[in-house]
Design a protein around this ligand. Structure first.
Ligand code: AMP
Length: 543
């Protein structure tokens, strides 16, 4: 027997409808790419998104077609998302920070028909246009006055393009499982993979993201999404902010410390979210200039581990609660947030920070398990680590145009991270599964060893990789960049680590290098290191 409740499909455009009805005058303020601050409201964003939808529809964009956006966080980019998905087409966010070859590959794989872009990226797109045959038109997110001459196909300024509609248009209605958005994973190995969000997954994820133990935002908040719309579905902020009716402050192209601080201070921002490097710049600016942010209550830090010292500075010096978060593109992206359950709520000082370095607990809608290589579940004791696997309505089950099975027989997706779970259900990432060192059937966390090595006063950066070993399979090799002007012997570094980790975790050797290679997103490029050291013979393997 079915329930007798209404059929009300979970469609993303219902979120902007709700914001425009219930929070019509709430401000949406942006630093425009042209320079000046721009102010609008949810009601106006919806009206203009409808015009955009009407224009796309008139131009022959059909349900299921992909419309690319390569743009900063502004009101126009927000309108583009809702306008595209509101006719059943798919917003495809393209990360401009990827290598040009990757961008061309992604746009071709997605077969994007329209490219909506900021002025910033015109030179990049002009250099790539010959290799983007599926793009029929470039819409530049600006007005006629700021539109430069460009050879891009059918290039038109956004404002003129949507002005040619009368706004007499209604959203299309369709099944809630219809695709809404698309984002490719950065893929440190192989080709990028397309993750295809549905209306239903985005709406459910926006609910999960807004819960009090998640971001906990409300209509009384002023939210500044520092995380770009092109990074992992903007951590849901393009949906959860209008869903809750919070005001929205968009930073545009300027993510440096002074620019972000200026917006936070001027508009009394209460909540923000982004990756550690941005907060490093903000803290640096505040510390150098003796500034405070008395209105800022909570900050979500994720994308990579939030450094303990950063969490401590925000909390102790500035009175801002840090919520460490973990997730991935395939998870829409939020997987866990480190808010305090009652068991931990009374902790303070170092004991509290010990919890906050963990990536946190999943909201309803994300199930987690950790397993060994054979898929056997491992205990939640806070010590045993295994492959972290997840299941839920906003987790990918396939990649775009790829038939590979990516779920296990219980329907869980392997995140590629290695983690512990503690008895309270808090997850802590200890490594990426391809980076963990497998020694004699046991696992050694490369991240733990790296963190320990960089605590040595002479070490600037450290990376640990597994090197072939006849007896143990693999053993850890520590690769070190010393601080400028420093010299150190291997034993000095290893001696420092001894006693602080299990004896069998101690690296078998140390290699000093001038530089450690990094990926486009700033992560250590372990593949390049493994390649470079593939014939390395450890002293312990000599016999
Ligand atoms: P992406 O899909 O590009 O957002 O990358 C997802 C990956 O980033 C995850 O699988 C983790 O390896 C890493 N990551 C994200 N958040 C964190 C975090 N808080 N701590 C450690 N690693 C993280």
């Amino acid at each position: 027997m079915f329930g007798l409740m209404q059929d009300w499909p979970l469609l993303c455009h219902r979120i902007i409808d709700h914001a425009a009805t219930q929070h019509a005058a709430r401000p949406v303020i942006s630093r425009s790419v042209e320079g000046p601050i721009h102010s609008t409201t949810y009601a106006e964003v919806r009206t203009r998104a409808l015009k955009l939808a009407q224009r796309l529809d008139r131009d022959g964009i059909k349900p299921g077609d992909r419309v690319a956006t390569m743009a900063w966080n502004t009101w126009r980019h927000l309108e583009a998302w809702y306008g595209i998905l509101g006719i059943g087409a798919i917003y495809h966010t393209v990360n401009p920070r990827l290598f040009p070859d990757q961008i061309a590959w992604i746009v071709n794989h997605a077969e994007d028909r329209v490219m909506m872009t900021d002025l910033t990226f015109l030179p990049l797109l002009e250099s790539l246009a010959d290799r983007l045959p599926t793009i029929e038109r470039y819409v530049v997110l600006t007005d006629a006055a700021h539109m430069p001459a460009t050879p891009l196909k059918n290039a038109v300024p956004y404002e003129e393009w949507i002005a040619e509609t009368d706004g007499d248009f209604a959203w299309k209605q369709f099944d809630e499982n219809t695709a809404a958005g698309m984002c490719y994973t950065s893929g440190t190995t192989g080709n990028p993979k397309g993750v295809l969000y549905s209306h239903r997954s985005n709406v459910l994820h926006a609910f999960m993201a807004s819960l009090p133990d998640s971001k906990g935002i409300s209509s009384r908040d002023v939210v500044l999404p520092v995380v770009p719309l092109f990074h992992a579905n903007c951590w849901s902020l393009a949906f959860s902010t209008p869903l809750t009716g919070a005001a929205m402050i968009m930073p545009g192209a300027k993510l440096d410390g002074p620019s972000v601080y200026e917006l936070m201070d001027r508009y009394k921002v209460t909540f923000t979210a982004g990756v550690p490097p941005v907060w490093m710049m903000l803290l640096d600016h505040m510390e150098k200039n003796g500034l405070k942010l008395p209105h800022l209550k909570r900050i979500v830090i994720g994308g990579s581990a939030s450094p303990r010292a950063m969490t401590q500075t925000f909390q102790d010096k500035y009175g801002v609660e840090v919520i460490h978060a973990w997730g991935m593109t395939e998870m829409s992206p939020l997987g866990s947030l480190c808010s305090m359950k009652p068991e931990y709520a009374s902790l303070s000082g170092d004991a509290r920070l010990d919890v906050q370095v963990k990536q946190g607990h999943p909201p309803f809608g994300v199930e987690m398990k950790i397993t060994d290589d054979n898929g056997k579940r491992l205990p939640w004791d806070g010590k045993t680590f295994g492959r972290l696997k997840v299941r839920g309505p906003a987790v990918a089950r396939r990649y775009f145009k790829d038939d590979t099975e990516i779920l296990d027989d219980e329907g869980f997706f392997d995140t590629g991270d290695v983690a512990t779970m503690d008895p309270q259900g808090y997850m802590q990432v200890t490594d990426r599964s391809k980076d963990v060192i497998k020694s004699g059937g046991e696992w050694i966390s490369s991240i733990d060893l790296e963190n320990l090595a960089v605590a040595h006063p002479k070490v600037a950066e450290a990376a640990v990789i597994g090197v072939q070993h006849s007896k143990w399979g693999e053993r850890p090799l520590l690769i070190v960049v010393l601080k400028k002007g420093q010299t150190a012997a291997k034993d000095e570094i290893l001696g420092f680590m001894q006693g602080k980790i299990a004896k069998w975790w101690l690296p078998d050797d140390v290699a000093f290098v001038d530089e450690i290679p990094h990926t486009a997103t700033g992560k250590i490029q372990k593949t390049a290191l493994r390649d470079r050291f593939k014939d390395y013979r450890l002293p312990s393997a000599a016999a």
